[in-house]
Design a protein around this ligand. Structure first.
Ligand code: ATP
Ligand code: MG
Length: 87
């Protein structure tokens, strides 16, 4: 059974520990490929900012195995590899 990912702020931890992940990768893919160039992420505490940034990091690193079964895995998500991300 999958667990709630309480306190897990990186996609790697969440996926390796079999945590529930609400798949946001469709929106992430659209942010990168269709939306603007700059984003200001202003969200309240515990709204998933760190996990989102970690998801970008893994995407741009090309960590394909972490995305198995998610929306972006079925798209050309791996083509996003090597876009630099500064955090
Ligand atoms: N898409 C998601 N699916 C499942 N759980 C999620 C998702 N996004 C965030 N969470 C969970 O919600 C909690 C808060 O996420 P995170 O630490 O990324 O938020 P934050 O906005 O960076 O918080 P803080 O303001 O405290 O730094 C964590 O337990 C994380 O695993
Ligand atoms: Mg955070």
């Amino acid at each position: 059974m999958k667990k709630l990912p309480i306190g897990l702020q990186t996609l790697e931890d969440l996926r390796k520990r079999n945590g529930i992940y609400v798949d946001k990768t469709e929106h992430i893919y659209k942010m990168v490929t269709e939306a603007g160039k700059f984003f200001f992420l202003s969200r309240p505490r515990r709204f998933g900012k760190s996990l989102l940034i970690s998801t970008f990091k893994e995407l741009f690193k090309g960590s394909k195995q972490l995305f198995e079964g998610l929306y972006i895995y079925m798209t050309n998500g791996s083509g996003l590899k090597n876009i630099p991300l500064f955090i």
